[in-house]
Design a protein around this ligand. Sequence first.
Ligand SMILES: Nc1ncnc2c1ncn2[C@@H]1O[C@H](COP(=O)(O)OP(=O)(O)OP(=O)(O)O)[C@@H](O)[C@H]1O
Ligand SMILES: [Zn+2]
Length: 777
Amino acid sequence: MQSNAGRPGARQSGRIDGPVVDRSALVSRAPTPSESGPAILRVAVAAPLAELFDYLPPVSPAPVTLTPGLRLLVPFGRGRRVGMLLRIASHTEQDPARLKRVESVLDARPLLSPADLRLIEWAAAYYRQPIGEALFTALPARLRDPAPVLDERIPGIQATPAGLTVALDALNRAPRQRDLLALARAAPAGLALADLRASQGDCAATLRALRAKGLIETCHLAPGLTPSLPPPVSALAGPALNADQQAAVNAILGALGGFRAFLLDGVTGSGKTEVYIRLIEAVIAAGGQALVVVPEIGLTPQLRARFIQRLPGPVAVLHSALNARERERNWHRAALGEATLVLGTRSAVFVPLPRLALILVDEEHDASLKQQEGFRYSARDLAVRRAQLTGCPVVLGSATPALETLHNARLDRYGWLKLPERAGLARPPTISLLDIRDQPLQAGLSSVLRADMRTELAAGNQVLLFLNRRGYAPILTCHACGWVGGCPHCDARLTLHLNPRKLWCHHCGWSQPVPSLCPACQGSDLRRLGQGTERLEDNLRPLFPEVGIARIDRDSTRRKGELDRLLGAVSRGEIQILLGTQMLAKGHDFPGVTLVGILDLDHALYASDFRAPERTAQLIVQVAGRAGRAERPGRVVLQTRHPEHPLLQSLLREGYGGFATVALGERRDAELPPFAHLALVRAEAPGASEPLAFLRAARVLAEGLIEAADAPGVHLLGPIPAPMERRAGRYRAQLLVQCGERSRLQRFLAHWSPALRGLSRTKGLRWSLDVDPQEML
Ligand SMILES: Nc1ncnc2c1ncn2[C@@H]1O[C@H](COP(=O)(O)OP(=O)(O)OP(=O)(O)O)[C@@H](O)[C@H]1O
Ligand SMILES: [Zn+2]
């Protein structure tokens, strides 16, 4: 029997090939409990297991009161595992004599509060994910190991006795040193280095100089005591808000203190970020903490700088460019209530915030807010749930809201705040379609677009070219026999890259040398078909030899700090032509860009995923939105061979709102989200038949359960092979579950997902359950 069997409220969830429950974990050599009945500790173990496990308290008295949210080291199977204490009970379903004891308590105080635990438990239940997996996904990665939390003292500097007494005027010839010393003197308990860097920029050399003079020394600050620094010297006050911005700010401020969800529906360049900053200012001034969640790519240095420069710190930033220690330290500063603002990607939605008063989700339509592996949660949807549990407002901001979000706004579930106009003097860009059928192209650019580029560059403006395909050429083929370089592990072609030179699979990462002769017929006429960003860059240089050109895509920004460097060069005007993939599409504010060229999006117009039109429309509007963000008006030229395509026509005539109305109508007719709710089971195995066989069995199981779960109206579609059937050497298939009512779907999944775990599997078969899937691949 499993440790939580029969426990009221026990949760089960689907899991991927996790270890089976090891019953030996429960066989105990521990001392017999006392007569009075011991406390039973219910623990979630850091493993993909849905069950909670019961343990006895540790033998030696714990250094702290046992409270939910503490990490424990527990015997498990033949080894030990880190777990988290979730509940303290007075009895167990197990034979108490067989329970093992907790070995030790790892933390001095709970890492998660009851409210944090509630959110994570809710998420694990909703997404049918093992609780241990969900919990430890929400914590900094290092805490999966029995390591103690980081030394919480924060490295900083403080003035020495000499530094406190020296006359500041003595430093007049070194004004930076004088200013930093003045800051240090004003903070007798010391200044956190991280805050100093955030507020003053890189000041390592100045600090070294001051230290050499014996005026400052390094120190460690206790958390919770770091003073907030004044905003940096360079900071400017924000612009006066326009009427729409002010109305949005007022509506949201009026909702503080209780739950309410808002859609901030503001066209590109309408000043949504400015609205966020005013809201956060108010929250901080009232002693609260704010949480801002942004997509992977959205956390650009520019956005970080805007928040950090305008708001009194400390700001805890959480993104993938930080190393694990920096992330963990920022996590603690948030959890201890010290950071007033947390700015982070997806997993920031779980960061503990004792005084949380406002949640903002920027670019809420972005697909990267949904985690696509392991614990498959939507950070946007969890942000709304968290706001509800916390009793605070949540604001979802976008120029191209997800159809789900627009639907909620139309039904009045969300307050709908609109910023229909660009802020300041900026006007909306004009968009034109350019029919390139029969047009001679150079570097993929029509003569019209090239002429437009010359005009803008001559006027001292910047040009942005968007091409959503990285590498040199998507196809390498033999002109004699028709051989095409394909991935040996995927149903996909290999992309030719020249820097470094290789044939590369964008789906599984496989790469191989570029052949000089055709591997099939030994012919020597190998041709490169099509154009990726690498080739576009090469082709542009001879066409525009005079100007600075920068390419921004995943390859060109792989090195740490490279994206910052390139974006810096753009904003200083050292770059005139900026080309790249969708990394360029979002969030950037390039005031000098007046012309945007969209080179080739035609393939996206005919993609099979039901969300493809929505994503394509969002991409076009977002890319177009990079044009004309300051005084100079912007133009967008979209090259296409399908100028009559309805999506392009509706976008052009009626903008994103018009497109969305049509798209929502189509979703209603097809009974797709937001008019129905989906769950997707994916299975993959080394052979083609196994995943389909597993999913057929899953379907039979489901058909038998729909009635038992009292979930009529749950429909099963499939199984079918995935659109790309073979990937990384494995065959993939999927089974879709659809239901008009979310609660019914949940009821069905509650029965089905534990049953799925009992299905027999062939060796090497893996499966996963994705609730509210975003990608159907
Ligand atoms: N009230 C205002 N008056 C003048 N300028 C403003 C005002 N509000 C914002 N701006 C400026 O307008 C520009 C665009 O603002 P912001 O980047 O906040 O827009 P956004 O809506 O977040 O854009 P996007 O969704 O396209 O990323 C910025 O340079 C910002 O400083
Ligand atoms: Zn591959």
